[in-house]
Design a protein around this ligand. Structure first.
Ligand code: FMN
Length: 193
């Protein structure tokens, strides 16, 4: 691993979707980001993920659908909430829905296919931030809504692994606490059997 890569992994931070402005990636950068996202460990080459891009006016159009779905699924939603939903995808110049798609039956367990979709999300995060963009991987209510599933055209075997917001960070996020290694790492010893 090159030094810049390890430095990036050791210092990278997510940036809130609310703090992402223009510009987003240009088409060459977007190609790199998506190519990196598709270059993840993938048992038996099933490609158990796909990507849906939201850019430009499509973000506002999808926001209109989100507001309608929110109104239908949560009829008590306030006007302020519906307005927020209408603007949800306008928080960043680019939103990428990462869709986990499980091939079944398959010799590859569903768990492994889902893990590969998580890896695709993280490669998106790492690639976009390596290019200098602010990135936020979120699910929010939209990832779990039946109405949003339908609006995205998901099949039965598909789930939203995340919505990855990408843009230019308006500020530098503070560091956040990380687990101490001695709390999450142990060394297996044969005499403990
Ligand atoms: C699958 C998944 C879903 C997430 N969904 C949300 C979410 O809906 N809202 C949120 O504020 N953060 C969510 N997060 C957390 C952020 O992506 C991010 O991890 C957190 O803000 C700190 O990020 P950092 O450690 O990369 O700086 C989610 C993380 C994962 C892995």
């Amino acid at each position: 691993m090159s030094k810049p890569t390890i430095e990036h992994l050791l210092t990278r931070r997510s940036v809130s979707a609310n703090a992402l402005g223009e510009p987003g990636p240009d088409s060459a950068q977007l190609d790199q980001i998506l190519t990196a996202a598709a270059r993840v460990p993938d048992h038996k080459k099933l490609a158990p993920w796909r990507f849906i891009l939201f850019q430009g006016d499509a973000r506002e159009a999808f926001g209109g659908a989100l507001a309608e779905i929110c109104r239908a699924e949560e009829p008590a939603s306030s006007a302020v909430r519906l307005e927020m939903e209408a603007k949800r995808f306008l928080r960043a110049p680019l939103v990428i829905a990462v869709v986990s798609r499980v091939t079944s039956p398959s010799p590859v367990p569903e768990w492994e296919q889902v893990l590969s979709a998580g890896a695709a999300c993280q490669n998106l995060v790492v690639a976009a931030s390596a290019l200098g963009f602010g990135v936020n991987w979120v699910t929010e209510w939209c990832a779990y809504s039946a109405g949003v599933r339908q609006a995205l055209g998901l099949e039965e075997n598909e789930k939203v692994a995340g919505f990855v917001y990408i843009g230019t960070a308006e500020g530098k996020p503070d560091e956040r606490p990380r687990p101490a290694l001695d709390e999450i790492v142990s060394v297996w010893l044969p005499d403990r059997c």
